[in-house]
Design a protein around this ligand. Structure first.
Ligand code: 13P
Ligand code: SF4
Length: 309
C-alpha cells in the first residue's frame, strides 16, 4: 500500500528532526497535522523552546521570521514563500525611519505583524495579547509611535489612556467584518458572547463583549460556561474553538473574514517543504540582533506568560 500524505509528513519529520507549528487560522487539516497550534506569540515561544532542529512554520512570513529571530541555530521553513501578511506590508523600514525623524524622542512600539527590518528599528515589539501591558510599561512622559495596525493602536490607546502616534495600517480580513454582521449574528443568537480580535474596526469592537488575541479566545472559552459565541476574527479560528469545546456553538461573524495568505499552506506543501528543506527563512545577523532586542524587551515585561505552555 502506498504511503499517505500524513504518513509521508510524519516520516520526513522524524528524518529531519522537525516539528510542525500551525497558527490558529490555518486550514483545519494543517492544524490537525501540527505538533503545536497557537497564536503568534505562543508559536514563537514554542519555536524557541523545542529541541527539534527544524521548524516547519505553517502561518505567514512575519511569524516564521519571528521564530528565526528567536532561534537562529534552528532551521525555520515556510512551506509557501508567498504567504505574507498585507498588514505587515503596510509599513516599510524606510517609512518607519521617516516617522522616527518626525518624532525623534518617541519610543517606537511595533506590532509583531511587521517585517524583521521594522522590528529592528523599534524599541519594543508587542502582540495583540500583550500590547496594553507593553505600552503601559513605558514612562508616562514618553511619546509613543505605534505601528502598523491603527485598530489595535486605538484599542491600546483607549485601554491605557495614552495618546499614541498611529500608522494607518489595517488588516483587510478584520476590517471586512462590519457592524451589520455583528448585529445580524446577535439577532440569531441573542444570548451569545461576542469575541472580537483587536484588529477589528472600532464600531465592531464597541458591539463586542471581549477583545482578545486568538490564544486568549481559546483560554476565555475554555473557562466560560456560555453555550453560544459569535467570533469576529478570521474563520479558521472556528476549528480550534470547536475542537477544544465541542459542547459549545461558534458562529463566525462573517464568512468574508478569510485570510487568503493563511490558506496558502497545504499538506502537500508541508510534505514538500520537509523533503526539499524549503523555504528557509534567514535574517541578516545585524537585523536579527536589533529585532531580537525589541522582542526581548516585550518578553521582559511578561516573564510569567513566557514560560507557560
Ligand atoms: P494572534 O496573535 O492573535 O494569533 O493574531 C495574529 C494575526 O495575524 C491576527 O490577524
Ligand atoms: Fe495578516 Fe490579517 Fe492575515 Fe492576520 S488575518 S495574517 S493580520 S492579513
Amino acid at each position: 500500500m502506498s504511503e499517505s500524505l500524513i504518513e509521508k509528513i510524519n516520516r520526513l519529520k522524524t528524518q529531519r528532526n522537525a516539528v510542525i507549528l500551525a497558527h490558529n487560522y490555518q486550514p483545519a487539516e494543517i492544524q490537525d497535522a501540527a505538533d503545536f497550534c497557537g497564536d503568534s506569540l505562543g508559536l514563537s515561544i514554542k519555536a524557541a523552546q523545542t529541541d527539534a532542529q527544524v521548524i516547519v512554520f505553517c502561518g505567514v512570513k512575519f511569524m516564521a521570521e519571528t521564530a528565526a529571530i528567536l532561534s537562529p541555530q534552528k532551521t525555520v521553513l515556510l512551506p509557501d514563500k508567498f504567504a505574507g501578511c498585507p498588514l505587515a506590508d503596510t509599513i516599510t523600514a524606510e517609512q518607519l525611519s521617516g516617522l522616527k525623524q518626525k518624532y525623534p524622542d518617541a519610543v517606537v512600539v511595533c506590532y509583531v505583524n511587521s517585517s524583521a527590518e521594522v522590528k529592528a528599528q523599534s524599541d519594543y515589539c508587542c502582540t495583540s495579547s500583550n500590547a496594553v501591558e507593553v505600552v503601559s510599561s513605558i514612562p508616562q512622559d514618553k511619546k509613543i509611535v505605534f505601528v502598523p495596525d491603527q485598530h489595535l493602536g486605538r484599542f491600546v490607546s483607549e485601554k491605557t489612556g495614552r495618546d499614541l502616534v498611529l500608522w494607518p495600517g489595517y488588516c483587510h480580513v478584520h476590517v471586512a467584518i462590519t457592524e451589520a454582521d455583528i448585529k445580524s449574528a446577535k439577532a440569531k443568537y441573542p444570548d451569545a458572547i461576542v469575541l472580537a480580535h483587536p484588529e477589528c474596526t472600532e464600531p465592531v469592537k464597541k458591539l463586542s463583549d471581549q477583545l482578545l488575541s486568538t490564544g486568549q479566545m481559546l483560554d476565555f472559552v475554555d473557562k466560560s460556561t456560555a453555550k453560544h459565541f459569535i467570533v469576529a476574527t478570521e474563520i479558521g479560528m472556528i476549528h480550534p474553538l470547536k475542537k477544544q469545546n465541542p459542547q459549545a456553538e461558534f458562529l463566525p461573524a462573517s464568512d468574508r473574514a478569510l485570510c487568503p495568505n493563511m490558506k496558502k499552506i497545504t499538506l502537500e506543501k508541508v510534505a514538500w517543504s520537509l523533503e526539499d528543506m524549503q523555504y528557509k527563512i534567514t535574517i541578516p545577523q545585524e537585523i536579527r540582533i536589533k529585532a531580537k532586542k525589541a522582542i526581548d524587551k516585550m518578553v521582559e515585561i511578561l516573564p510569567s506568560k513566557v514560560g507557560k505552555d
